[in-house]
Design a protein around this ligand. Structure first.
Ligand code: HEC
Length: 204
């Protein structure tokens, strides 16, 4: 039994003499049983390398790399903004035709109608279930939104409404904006919009 005490005391003394007291500061380099990846083969920034033909460790970015937060010429298409202001037109890259509006109608009916209603006036299924804050998109203030701002709401969400950027491609978002314009036009139309023949036919 005596030996156990002796061995224990010996271990304590050797541990303290190697590791030091708790909190003690040493200026000597630390004991390094494993090197903890303090030293590993690596290239320093802007260093030299015999591995690459041009002798540089830094590689050039892949061709056509776009830095985060920067856009190419199609900036308006991506952001809906010209500088810091919302633009009020379809991006030049987009060809406006009936097929494109049809695409917008299809996407709108899939992703927006549940809340904003098939006619855009907020008369929807979710409203029936009690979601009363859904915006009526045919109201004058939304009619007066520039195209870019409508695009921005779809891209980034607004207030309680989520972003739809993960569900709608950039093109599809513009298609939805265009279809939304058609809904607004339809909701705010009057008899004057009809041809005289049509007006007569309807007795207006
Ligand atoms: C889950 C329900 C829901 C869906 C789906 C939805 N919205 Fe909304 N949206 C809302 C709510 C709620 C508001 C009001 C947000 C607020 O003011 O907090 C709103 C507001 C808006 C506004 C007005 C934003 C403003 O500036 O006040 C626009 C424009 C709009 N939505 C367009 C769309 C379009 C386009 C889609 C389809 C891509 C869509 N929303 C899908 C719930 C929804």
């Amino acid at each position: 039994m005596r030996y156990v005490y002796l061995i224990f005391i010996f271990l304590v003394i050797s541990a303290v003499s190697i590791l030091g007291f708790r909190g003690a500061k040493k200026t000597a380099p630390p004991l390094e049983v494993f090197d903890d990846m303090d030293r590993m083969p690596k290239y320093m920034p802007q260093g030299e390398s015999g591995f690459f033909a041009d002798g540089r460790t830094d590689r050039l970015p892949v061709e056509n790399t776009v830095a985060r937060g920067t856009y190419h010429e199609d900036e308006y298409m991506q952001t809906g903004k010209l500088g810091t202001e919302f633009g009020n037109s379809m991006p030049a890259e987009i060809e406006v035709n009936h097929a494109f509006i049809d695409r917008g109608e299809e996407r709108y009916n899939i992703y927006c109608a549940v809340c904003h209603g098939l006619a855009g006036n907020g008369d929807s299924m979710t409203k029936k279930y009690g979601m009363l804050v859904v915006a009526d998109l045919t109201q004058p203030n939304f009619v007066n939104y520039p195209d870019g701002q409508l695009y921005d709401v779809i891209t980034n969400g607004k207030g309680l409404m989520y972003s739809y950027a993960d569900k709608l491609s950039v093109e599809d978002r513009w298609a939805v904006v265009l279809y939304l314009r058609a809904l607004q036009r339809a909701a705010n139309g009057s008899a004057d919009d009809l041809t005289p023949a049509k007006r007569e036919e309807l007795g207006l």
